[in-house]
Design a protein around this ligand. Structure first.
Ligand code: 13P
Length: 254
């Protein structure tokens, strides 16, 4: 049975005090209200990972992670943060290739492949984001775009390395827009991605791959999204910034 993972990507939001308050509220809600099997991942700005992971030390179903890391292991790269540093602060997952990084910081599939290697070298789990723009969907080129993103970012890995990877399908047109992909649209893409992985690796690797959906996930649409056979969780932005709305999304996963 593949793992279900609900992750909250806070992006560049919250002060340190706000961060601590939100983690405290959320972890209490999860302890009291959540009886399902999903792993919850809190992904704050990297500055806060150390404090967040310490607060979560007693929760075996909640972990923390980072929104990005360097493709280098260490050295003279001013302003960068390595996977090893994130690990040393208790982070377990690292988002790689979020569309905002691709769009605003020029990250390419080749570059992201190196970041994936940097994450795996530390035995952490990358959450590799893929997704098409509205223009690409409307011109019906989304399957080509997704194939390129998945194959160029990941297919240099061996099967054992691939087993540590989580993929997040985040259509760019659904991020922060309030416009969620329909369950049928998301399921179609998730099944397509799983099939790419099956063709490259094996049935087993594909069956065990966690594929999250991201893009305007809310408590109101989570139950339906999670009912689809190939949707194994969510990568949540805006709705993860409040404890109640994020806890309600988590509770939508059995
Ligand atoms: P929203 O949930 O705010 O649309 O953001 C999704 C996202 O980008 C998560 O990484």
């Amino acid at each position: 049975m593949r793992k279900k993972i609900i992750a909250g990507n806070w992006k560049m939001n919250k002060s340190f005090d706000e961060c601590m308050a939100l983690v405290s509220e959320l972890s209490n809600m999860i302890k009291d209200e959540y009886h399902g099997s999903a792993e919850v991942v809190i992904i704050p700005p990297s500055l806060y990972i150390n404090s967040v992971s310490r607060m979560l030390a007693d929760f075996n179903n909640i972990s923390s992670g980072a929104q990005n890391c360097s493709n280098h292991a260490s050295g003279a790269y001013t302003g960068e943060i390595s996977a090893a540093m994130i690990k040393s602060c208790g982070g377990k997952y690292i988002i790689i290739g979020h569309s905002e990084r691709r769009q605003y910081f020029g990250e390419t599939n080749d570059w992201l492949a190196k970041k994936i290697d940097a994450v795996l070298a530390e035995n952490l789990n990358p959450i590799y984001c893929v997704g098409e723009t509205l223009e690409e969907r409307e011109s019906n080129s989304h399957f080509d775009v997704l194939t390129k993103q998945v194959s160029e970012g990941l297919f240099h890995l061996n099967a054992e390395q691939m087993a540590a990877v989580v993929i997040a399908y985040e259509p760019v047109w659904a991020i922060g827009t309030g416009k969620t992909a329909s369950t049928a649209q998301a399921q179609e893409v998730h099944a397509f991605i799983r099939n790419l992985v099956k063709e490259k690796y094996s049935n087993e690797v594909a069956d065990n791959l966690t594929i999250q959906y991201g893009g305007s996930v809310k408590a109101e649409n989570a139950v339906e999204l999670f009912s689809a056979p190939d949707i194994d969780g969510a990568l949540v932005g805006g709705a993860a910034l409040q404890s109640r709305s994020f806890a309600d999304i988590i509770k939508a996963m059995a």
